[in-house]
Write a protein that binds this ligand. Structure first.
Ligand code: MN
Ligand code: MN
Length: 318
């Protein structure tokens, strides 16, 4: 039996500036029933430490995604030839209570996504959300390998005395056994810290930490050969903080750091994940109030499309 696969609404059927305001103008549904992959938003920014605004990220990423066409002209990926994909909307978080949001998000993923064997691609939201997402995914996959793009390690123990915030999730992921440190890579770390050894804690957990200076002025394709070797051998998650990119490309974010990755290097990282058993991904920290021209949301939308293009079982037109 052949399935009728959802297709993004084409620009010759409805002008790109019209039609549904969903991710890539895909159909919506209330849960991931029957889907291989879904886009889902988490409009949460109450874990943010500096500039807020990423609560508006999912809506703006969807808006800027209206220009993305179904085929990847570089890799020839044709995700809608083989995968059933839809936008299942946003998680109804409690914007007045961050700890409660953790359980709201985990329960939502358990019931509406993981129960349907669907791969989530999440539109953030601040980076706090990776913790409740992986609490859900662990129930199906166990500890995950991790490809983490970010200017920051996000391994603080406490922030203002709190264990849950956007700068702590990768320490919690290790403590809770949600990721395997020996199958984890962080790419793009840079800037100023509180202690000179801030990036050594993740190294002590077995992470490969690739500071931004190691990425400057070169292709990251060779690095990704090493990354696939490091994180492979089991299910892998991609967590992409848009502040991993340089503020020249992605100014609309809460915690910008100078001299980051280029957009092209961001594409190289995600395309370099092809062949891994990717079981989920997120694009976090797009803050539309600081993104007056929409470039950050546009870049984020394209990074999510690229994640879709490297999922297992994606068709390629050769
Ligand atoms: Mn982050
Ligand atoms: Mn960051």
């Amino acid at each position: 039996m052949t399935r009728e696969l959802n297709q993004p609404l084409g620009g010759n059927d409805m002008p790109r500036f019209g039609g549904p305001a969903t991710m890539m103008r895909l159909p919506t549904q209330a849960d991931a029933s029957g889907l291989d992959a879904c886009f889902v938003g988490i409009p949460l920014d109450i874990g943010t430490s500096n500039r807020a605004g990423s609560r508006h990220g999912p809506r703006q990423i969807r808006a800027e995604s209206c220009l993305i066409r179904p085929y990847n002209m570089a890799t020839r990926a044709a995700p809608f030839d083989s995968l059933q994909v839809a936008d299942i909307g946003d998680v109804p978080i409690n914007t007045f209570h961050l700890p409660k949001c953790m359980d709201i998000i985990t329960d939502f993923y358990d019931e509406k996504i993981v129960a349907h064997d669907c791969t989530p691609l999440t539109l953030g939201g601040d980076h706090t959300i990776v913790l409740p997402i992986l609490r859900s995914l662990k129930k199906k996959h166990g500890a995950l390998g991790m490809v983490h793009v970010d200017a920051h390690a996000d391994v603080n123990d406490l922030m203002f005395g709190e264990p849950i915030a956007h700068g702590t999730p990768f320490r919690r992921l290790v403590e809770e056994g949600l990721i395997d440190g020996n199958r984890t890579v962080q790419i793009g770390l840079r800037g100023s810290g509180y202690h000179a050894d801030d990036f050594d804690w993740p190294r002590d957990q077995g992470f490969r930490v690739v500071q931004a200076e190691e990425c400057w002025n070169k292709s990251l394709a060779p690095l990704m050969d090493e990354v696939r070797e490091k994180v492979g051998g089991g299910p892998v998650y991609i967590s992409f903080d848009i502040d991993g990119l340089d503020p020249a490309f992605a100014p609309g974010t809460g915690t910008p750091e100078v001299a980051g990755l280029t957009s092209a290097q961001g594409l190289e990282v995600i395309r370099g994940c092809r062949g891994l058993d990717i079981v989920g991904g997120d694009l976090v920290e797009v803050s539309p109030p600081y993104d007056p021209h929409g470039n950050t949301a546009l870049t984020g939308a394209n990074m999510l499309f690229e994640m879709l293009c490297v999922l297992p079982d994606v068709a390629y037109r050769t």
